[in-house]
Design a protein around this ligand. Structure first.
Ligand SMILES: Nc1ncnc2c1ncn2[C@@H]1O[C@H](COP(=O)(O)OP(=O)(O)OP(=O)(O)O)[C@@H](O)[C@H]1O
Ligand SMILES: CC(C)(CO)[C@@H](O)C(=O)[O-]
Ligand code: BAL
Length: 313
């Protein structure tokens, strides 16, 4: 008998009909399928979701698709990191992924997908009421793009369980609503945010950061942590809470300016929002929770992060 651990082969599927016909066998075998949608450039945050998926289901599908519809016309679609061979290596090394789905843009968007909304044709999905706040203020078409691709991928993969990361908190809320409103027979799971040694949330976009930018990328997490500490101490007023966060960002931005580092540290927003409505809270009522989140431009790189207070996604 060989002492070597059996290495599981990872199937790579690139077309919708092949994915569908591969998927069919598990319906007949009554085996549940877990699905982890990604845009690739994988890191420990993604891999952790994949491991959770394999603990839940015997069959695991990961998709890698950089979805044009969720990028604004002046965002980083062209530069978004694409590291397919390394991604496949990482997924193989986990030894628990059955199939990696790599669809083509033309198959997901048969009518094409220009980034200008007036030129778009075809079918789009919008989760109204959960998409216009927070991230939706800075990225007005972002959740329309996410909801559309997620609905298409769910229809193609037909998963029983799907896994998303807390790092993209509003995305979790939008997808949960979509699953419920469109009656997808899917159970959603949210994995905790994986962080670097100093607390920076792992993100594919961290690859854009030079060592100098990386030193300041932690500012958002520091601001959120300071606010969370105040919450834990019993403070409940928005102004008092957020002031702590603004001070931390202002201090770091001042340092960047003084040192003449050649980039700008700019806060996009800090938010203290109701976990169900996503509306901004003036005061956190007794027994209620909040989503504490923000976005920070570190040079040209826009990073997001969040911490939860007395709530889940
Ligand atoms: N640090 C993390 N911890 C846990 N899950 C994560 C983390 N980063 C991303 N995810 C999750 O992985 C899935 C795929 O995300 P995506 O491919 O966009 O990666 P990303 O690192 O979030 O990239 P981006 O730089 O675009 O934010 C999403 O459900 C996302 O929430
Ligand atoms: C869910 C997703 C894969 C849709 O493109 C993307 O928004 C992401 O990676 O978080
Ligand atoms: N993880 C979210 C993908 C995006 O920012 O486009």
């Amino acid at each position: 008998m060989s002492s070597q651990k059996e290495i599981q082969l990872v199937k790579i599927i690139e077309t919708v009909p092949s994915l569908r016909s591969w998927r069919k066998q598990f319906i007949k075998q009554d085996k549940e399928v877990a699905f982890v949608p990604t845009m690739g450039s994988l890191h420990e945050g993604h891999l952790n979701l994949v491991k959770q998926a394999s603990e839940r289901c015997p069959i695991v599908v990961v998709s890698i698709f950089v979805n044009p519809a969720q990028f604004g016309p002046s965002e980083d679609l062209d530069n978004y990191p694409r590291t397919l061979s390394k991604d496949l290596e990482l997924l193989r090394s986990l030894n628990c992924v059955d199939t990696v789905f790599l669809p083509k843009v033309k198959d997901i968007y048969p009518s094409g997908i220009p980034l200008e909304i007036e030129k778009q044709k075809g079918t789009f999905v919008e989760v109204k009421g959960k998409s216009h706040q927070l991230e939706g203020i800075s990225r007005p078409l972002f959740f329309r793009g996410v909801s559309t691709v997620v609905a298409k991928l769910f229809n193609i993969v037909q998963p029983n369980h799907v896994f998303f990361g807390q790092k993209d908190a509003q995305q979790c809320i939008v997808v949960r609503t979509l699953i419920s409103d469109l009656h997808f027979p899917i159970e959603m799971h949210v994995g905790a945010t994986k962080r670097e040694y100093d607390g920076l949330a792992m993100s594919s976009r961290n690859q854009y950061l030079t060592p100098e930018l990386r030193n300041y990328a932690i500012t958002l997490y520091n601001a959120l942590t300071a606010i969370k500490n105040e919450l834990d101490k019993g403070k409940r007023n928005r102004e008092i809470l957020l002031r702590k966060g603004y001070e931390i960002v202002e201090e770091a931005a001042r340092k960047v300016k003084e040192k003449n580092l050649g980039f700008e540290l700019r806060l996009d927003y800090l938010s203290l929002a109701d976990p169900s409505t996503l509306e901004e809270l003036q005061e956190i009522e007794e027994g209620k929770g909040a989503i504490l989140s923000g976005a920070l431009y570190v040079g040209k790189t826009r990073l997001i992060d969040n911490l939860l207070f007395n709530c889940t996604l």
